[in-house]
Ligand binder design. Structure first.
Ligand code: P6P
Length: 333
């Protein structure tokens, strides 16, 4: 009985996963185990993040703290925590991480799943206490279980994801994920160490009045996108750009809005990564009734050709994504 908290809490993540077990026709508990592994690691990372300012008193990360220990950067710590939890969980055979140049082969002859993750995105925001996030995608391997991992196990288009989600370490810590049957959000209750269902069946508004783009890029972006931004301003839309993808995405998902990281002169493929940023959020966006494209093509249909490849990203309310694509198309003719 959680009445001691002064309010009633919803179903826990564990119970929700168990309830939804039959949603994973072929997973027989394996996928549930991976989600639990991710939730466990996120609780540990959450604690490290909340203590970041304290545990390295006497300097920014990378320096030694008062105990003289080399202070590891939090994204390195997060990478270790998520990798270790997934390894111990026993269901994963390979991990693609923003923090590792190569695929991590877990040498797990019974692992059926591949996880692609950005263990801590926006980590440059930690030192200034801005929200940050973990982003993940889960695939089934396509080659026989127990055989050596092959490129086709890793380079799968986003439309093959069996699950995807993010953890937002914000004013509260939330885990939001989908297994292809809608999107559900859970809020972490620190005093109980549990995630509780707080945002069942998230449905994104079809249209919105919030646009998120780094306008400092204006000198490098296409006329089409400049025209789209102008059209937002002419309609008195709000500019909201946190500089932390998960935070901007989550707000737009709930309130309606578009996040754009376009192709720029310096970075024609944009800045964000396909495998463990764009694909994960695109799966969630579409499951919540929103959209995600690279300005032309559906993100989930892009066939990856390299592990850390980047893609322009237009993601959020469908009407807004379509409008932005329209402006892009106009400018190219
Ligand atoms: P810029 C953070 O580094 C990140 O990967 C995303 O979280 C964020 O939306 C984007 O880059 C910010 O990039 O170029 O606007 O600083």
């Amino acid at each position: 009985d959680h009445s001691a908290l002064g309010y009633s809490v919803g179903v826990t993540l564990d119970r929700f996963i168990k309830m939804k077990q039959d949603d994973f026709p072929f997973a027989s508990g394996e996928l549930s185990q991976i989600l639990r592994d991710i939730a466990l690691a996120s609780k540990i990372v959450n604690r490290e993040i909340n203590r970041a300012g304290l545990s390295n008193i006497g300097g920014a990360f990378g320096s030694t703290n008062v105990q003289g220990e080399e202070q590891q950067k939090l994204d390195v710590v997060a990478n270790i925590r998520f990798s270790r939890a997934l390894t111990k969980g026993g269901e994963v055979c390979a991990i693609v991480s923003e923090e590792d140049d190569e695929v991590i082969d877990l040498q797990n002859s019974s692992g059926k799943y591949v996880v692609a993750m950005d263990p801590l995105d926006g980590s440059s925001n930690i030192d200034v206490n801005i929200s940050i996030g973990t982003i993940f995608s889960i695939y089934r391997r396509v080659t026989p279980v127990g055989s050596p991992i092959q490129p086709e196990d890793i380079m799968q288009p986003g439309n093959k994801q069996v699950a995807a989600g993010y953890v937002l370490y914000g004013s509260s810590t939330m885990l939001v994920y989908t297994t292809g049957k809608g999107v559900n959000g859970f809020t972490y209750e620190q005093s109980l160490g549990e995630f509780f269902l707080s945002h069942p069946n998230i449905c994104a508004p079809k249209d919105g009045k919030i646009y998120s783009i780094n306008e400092g890029l204006n000198s490098q972006i296409s006329e089409g996108i400049k025209n789209y931004i102008t059209s937002c301003k002419e309609r008195d839309f709000s500019a909201r750009y946190i500089g932390s993808l998960v935070a901007d995405f989550h707000r737009n998902l709930l309130k309606g809005g578009i996040y754009i990281y376009p192709s720029t002169a310096k970075a024609p493929e944009g800045k964000l990564r396909l495998l463990y940023e764009a694909n994960s959020l695109a799966f969630i966006a579409e499951q919540a009734g929103a959209s995600a494209s690279d300005g032309k093509n559906r993100i989930l249909d892009i066939q990856p050709t390299s592990l850390h490849q980047r893609t322009p990203l237009y993601i959020g309310s469908t009407v807004m994504v379509e409008e932005a694509e329209g402006h892009l198309k106009e400018a190219t003719v």
